[in-house]
Design a protein. Structure first.
Ligand code: ADP
Ligand code: MG
Length: 295
């Protein structure tokens, strides 16, 4: 028998390195007319590096002590920022102490008990709510001014320093954004939990005008719902636990597979297995071609 067009398209998508989970998904991909892209791990490579280690003077900690504490708390996390911090500690030959009571808040950060003390690592905007004027805020702002992702380290609730982290843009990011804009006839949207400065800089480099920064997982869902209420069929592309609700809420969700979290991969309708962002517009085109044959 000749293979039905949607099944051929799934096989074709597989050859491009994209796992499309069903014929229904293959069909829906071609219907999208708006796109919301995540930043870290989606438009960027997802292998960030620690570029700055800034203990606060009042903490009395050395750079290595600050990094060791952060790496310990991040050790159980699968977030790309967590891996960057643990790798930085390993590269410096630091031994990372074991932790208890690990917990993570998607889009915010992590917390754990290290040698009886509570270490929190995460977004300055989330962790510094009631400490306006704290020197930690100035250090974080300084790093964000250089377009780093700044993460704050708190010891027993007190800020003790910040780390600056940077990730490279994917080589194909700008071309992919342009291709998705042409295919859908709508300017793509950036939805990120990162700080507005780092987000705006990257958006400028890839040609995205509509930037939503500092978002929690439910804020990403709200951005998708607003578009869908305006009659759009939204494609969400993301990689993190924090993207899972938006991937589920979207008309179609695609997860980046290599550095993507298990939850994102399970929730998404399709998975980019070969880690090439340019395959996203390619599968939209495959779907449209198949649908012309079906109808
Ligand atoms: P994006 O939406 O761009 O993929 P995330 O929502 O995953 O980014 O992260 C948003 C922000 O939350 C980060 O910039 C960081 O400040 C903080 N954050 C999230 N997870 C962690 C973590 N494991 N360690 C430290 N900070 C984190
Ligand atoms: Mg991400």
């Amino acid at each position: 028998a000749t293979m039905p067009p949607l099944l051929s398209a799934i096989a074709n998508a597989g050859r491009h390195g994209v796992l499309v989970k069903s014929a229904v998904v293959m069909e829906r991909l071609g219907q999208v007319d708006a796109v919301a892209l995540d930043k870290t791990g989606t438009l960027t490579e997802g292998t960030p590096r620690v570029t700055d280690i800034r203990p606060l003077a009042a903490s009395g900690l050395s750079e290595e002590e600050l990094l060791r504490l952060a790496a310990a708390a991040e050790h159980p996390s699968e977030h790309p920022l967590a891996r960057a911090i643990v790798d930085a500690a390993r590269t410096r030959g630091l031994d990372v102490p074991p932790v208890e009571d690990f917990s993570s808040a998607p889009g915010s950060g992590v917390s754990a008990t290290v040698a009886g003390r509570t270490v929190a690592v995460g977004s300055p905007a989330r962790l510094l709510d009631d400490t306006a004027g704290h020197p930690a805020r100035a250090v974080a702002a300084d790093l964000e001014e250089e377009c780093r992702t700044a993460v704050l380290v708190l010891l027993d609730g007190t800020p003790v320093g910040a780390l600056g982290i940077a990730d490279r843009l994917r080589a194909e990011a700008a071309a992919t954004v342009a291709a998705l804009g042409r295919l859908t006839g709508t300017a793509p949207l950036l939805v990120t939990g990162d700080n507005p400065r780092a987000a705006a800089r990257l958006a400028g480099e890839v040609g995205i005008a509509d930037v939503r920064a500092g978002l929690l997982p439910q804020d990403k869902v709200r951005a998708v719902r607003e578009l869908e209420q305006a009659g759009r069929k939204v494609l969400v592309v993301g990689d993190g636990v924090n993207d899972a609700p938006a991937l589920a809420a979207a008309h179609t969700g695609i997860a980046m597979g290599r550095a993507g979290s298990d939850l994102a991969l399970e929730t998404a309708d399709a998975v980019v297995v070969r880690d090439e962002l340019a395959t996203v517009p390619a599968v939209v085109r495959l779907s449209r071609r198949a649908r012309r044959l079906v109808v």
